[in-house]
Design a protein around this ligand. Structure first.
Ligand SMILES: Nc1ncnc2c1ncn2[C@@H]1O[C@H](COP(=O)(O)OP(=O)(O)OP(=O)(O)O)[C@@H](O)[C@H]1O
Length: 700
């Protein structure tokens, strides 16, 4: 029995497919499907490309004008659809490209060679490190990678063909210029080294082994590496081929970053925590992980729980999971925001309490006012003090008795509170809980705590095979403890993704290790921003300068190491007086953008405001200027709405993305960094929702 040859598609092929006119698109689809079923068919005529650097690249005729470029090595049974274009363009594309195998990582890399071939070099291991060349007199910055050996650079993913160009890089800008020609892992490795990491740190964090013997002619083996799968996908049947080709731009479903790939599958001995700045593919990874867990580690009768903080985000994720997973996998997945899960659990146990999320509205407001009425006025503590003490100490730590309160840690709270003062303060909190109870209400943190206790008492775990958590930064200590109680400790139990820069519910600062979640040895990071242009990312990061950011545990995180893959205009920052001025600026920006992008399908745009009131006012003014809008609510993101402007509060925009955003920021959000950390984080979240363009309006 002869085995069917391996057929793969490249990322470039799919991107190109998405740009083809529809009559050519269907022709290419038909051809590609035939090709997939038998690339050795005598009907396929592989023509040599005389000027090609790589003799394994062949041209295949699709019709009089169009050509496919295919990789067909002289030995081995691997065929890769690399590109499609008009005859001359396709040939030009193929001329200076080479598909080779990285001799250290074993990954397949498509390299664009712009320079003349260099003289034959000795094998990697024999090559000495280059002494740092003495810089030319006029050049200030020395080459960044001069002290690394060739082998070290290649182990980061740098193709041998680009070594000399990498060696000449003297700064960030030059690295960014070379980025489109570098494999994603090489670009990432290089900027991490430039930021201060050692090569071995980079390799060990990304779990890349460099001690294997690599056969640089075995393309079938090379295709199996996570690095190769970041840009090539093997297709085994018509069905999967069609699914991929019908949504060529849904790259996240097919091509994972090597780190996403490694973390999405395979067993982990306990809780995992993934950090990553905005847009680094944390949700994508979480979805792939949930899929793998559901398909590979979930016995009949159990499910994977995928949870997050906000309701509209959970429904967004569920929709995306439906495009990633078949019905049988979806049956093993439960996607719910944590509050809705708790609500459901309480109802199933006939617990009648309603959950309250704040004290602004009745009846919780009345309960809080009654509680404040019992305070000891001699202490001269403000209402704000009591409220913050309640949220950040009493509720967050699940303190239910004066004895516990007397010895509680008050991390993050200003000023020392003596035991005697604590005794005098405590009755307010006790009264509040009593007032809530008489109204059949419960604070959300108390609900988490009590449900966790019920689970522990009833040994009711066992319904979930694993739990995947998105937006972990917004879950406080009691929420984390509840998640811990929901599943027995063991392999693959908990998988968290999050970003301390995006904590927008500041009361929910938690350290995982203090909630029974031990991530030691299982903490990883994603560094590449797939969503936002680097110009927008930098603008957003600049807002957080001087703000302390945690790593969801007891350490710190920093933004220096993150980078974006795309570039665009630097976001405009305007200062205007009043909402009318903001609405006028937003209208102009959106209309100009629509005119500029008129050749493309309607861009998605979101106007993001700090409060519901401002959001409503802006929506009505833009409506008056002829821009129809929809409001993003807890129930719906209106993701399918076309030709409308979306309106959201900063809290509601979390986790979403749009081609462009207009962020309307009250000017006091940008006060002294230490005093406006929470507001600045909201702005960071809002601005990083943009993929290509952003306008930041400072509202005086
Ligand atoms: N491997 C990938 N290839 C291509 N696109 C990707 C990949 N991973 C993520 N993306 C895209 O990048 C964007 C951001 O991804 P995602 O929402 O998962 O990031 P995130 O880290 O969860 O963002 P945030 O924290 O800002 O909400 C999405 O458009 C997603 O489709």
């Amino acid at each position: 029995m002869s085995l069917k040859p391996k057929v793969a598609l490249s990322q470039d092929f799919l991107i190109q497919l998405s740009k083809l006119p529809s009559n050519v698109h269907s022709k290419v689809m038909k051809w590609a499907i035939q090709f997939q079923s038998d690339p050795t068919s005598p009907g396929i005529n592989y023509e040599n490309i005389n000027s090609a650097r790589d003799s394994n690249l062949k041209s295949v005729r699709l019709d009089r004008d169009w050509r496919g470029i295919v990789f067909k090595p002289s030995s081995g049974d691997v065929y890769v659809l690399l590109y499609v274009d008009h005859h001359d363009d396709a040939y030009r594309w193929a001329e200076n490209r080479r598909l080779s195998i990285n001799p250290v990582t074993g990954a397949m890399q498509l390299v664009v060679i712009e320079r003349q071939a260099e003289p034959e070099a000795p094998p990697l291991q024999d090559r000495p490190k280059l002494a740092p060349p003495s810089p030319p007199a006029a050049v200030a910055a020395p080459p960044v990678y001069a002290t690394l050996s060739d082998r070290e650079l290649v182990s980061l993913g740098v193709p041998e063909e680009l070594l000399s160009e990498v060696r000449e890089i003297c700064g960030e800008q030059e690295l960014d210029t070379l980025q489109p020609r570098l494999p994603v892992e090489a670009y990432e490795g290089l900027f991490l080294v430039a930021a201060g990491d050692s090569v071995s740190q980079v390799l060990s964090e990304r779990e890349t082994r460099v001690d294997k013997k690599v056969d640089t002619s075995d393309f079938a083996a090379a295709l199996a590496t996570p690095e190769s799968q970041a840009r090539f996908v093997v297709v085994n049947d018509d069905e999967s081929m069609m699914a991929i080709m019908n949504a060529p731009l849904e790259q996240w479903r097919v091509f994972l970053h090597p780190t996403q790939h490694k973390l999405a599958s395979g067993d982990r001995s306990g809780p995992v925590r993934i950090l990553g700045g905005a847009g680094t593919g944390k949700t994508v990874l979480a979805m792939h992980r949930a899929k793998w867990l559901a398909e590979s580690r979930t016995p009949a009768g159990k499910k994977v729980l995928f949870t997050t903080f906000t309701r509209n985000l959970a429904s967004d994720i569920e929709q995306n999971l439906r495009t990633l997973c078949g019905p049988s996998t979806m049956e093993k997945l439960e996607v719910r925001n944590l509050d809705s899960w708790v609500h459901g659990f309480m109802r199933s146990r006939k617990l009648e309490h309603r959950i309250v999320y704040g004290r602004r509205d009745d009846p919780a407001r009345q309960a809080w006012q009654k509680a404040l009425a019992v305070r000891d006025t001699k202490l001269e503590l403000t209402e704000e003090f009591y409220e913050q003490e309640l949220e950040q100490v009493v509720l967050a730590q699940g303190i239910t008795t004066l004895e516990e309160y007397k010895v509680a840690r008050r991390t993050g709270r200003a000023g020392v509170l003596s035991r005697s003062k604590r005794e005098a303060v405590w009755p307010v909190f006790e009264e509040y809980r009593g007032q809530l109870a008489s109204r059949k209400l419960k604070e959300v943190d108390d609900a988490y705590r009590e449900v966790a206790a019920l689970l522990a008492d009833s040994q009711a775990d066992g319904q979930y095979s694993a739990i995947v958590v998105d937006e972990t930064q917004d879950l406080g200590p009691q929420a984390l403890k509840l998640l811990r109680a929901l599943i027995a400790p063991g392999p693959n139990d908990l998988f968290f993704v999050g970003d301390g820069h995006q904590r927008i519910y500041s009361r929910n600062r938690a350290a995982m290790s203090r909630c029974g979640i031990d991530i030691r040895g299982r903490a990883r990071k994603l560094y590449l921003n797939y969503r936002t242009t680097d110009e927008i990312r930098r603008q957003a990061v600049a807002l957080l300068e001087g703000c302390e950011v945690d790593d969801l545990d007891e350490g710190h995180d920093e933004v220096r190491r993150y980078r974006s893959l795309s570039h665009g205009p630097t976001p405009e920052v305007l200062t205007v007086k009043g909402l009318e001025g903001a609405a006028a600026a937003a209208t102009r920006f959106i209309k100009e953008l629509r005119a500029e992008w008129s050749g493309e399908s309607a861009p998605s745009v979101c106007v993001i405001a700090a409060t519901e009131k401002q959001r409503e006012a802006l929506a009505s003014q833009l409506q008056g200027a002829g821009l129809n809008g929809v409001t993003i609510s807890a129930e719906s993101n209106h993701a399918d709405a076309r030709d409308v402007v979306h309106f959201a509060t900063m809290h509601r925009a979390k986790g979403l993305e749009f081609d462009a955003v207009v962020v309307v920021a009250p000017d006091d959000f940008l006060g002294v960094p230490e005093e406006t950390v929470n507001q600045r984080k909201l702005l960071y979240v809002a601005l990083t929702r943009a993929k290509r363009a952003a306008l930041l309006i400072r509202l005086k």
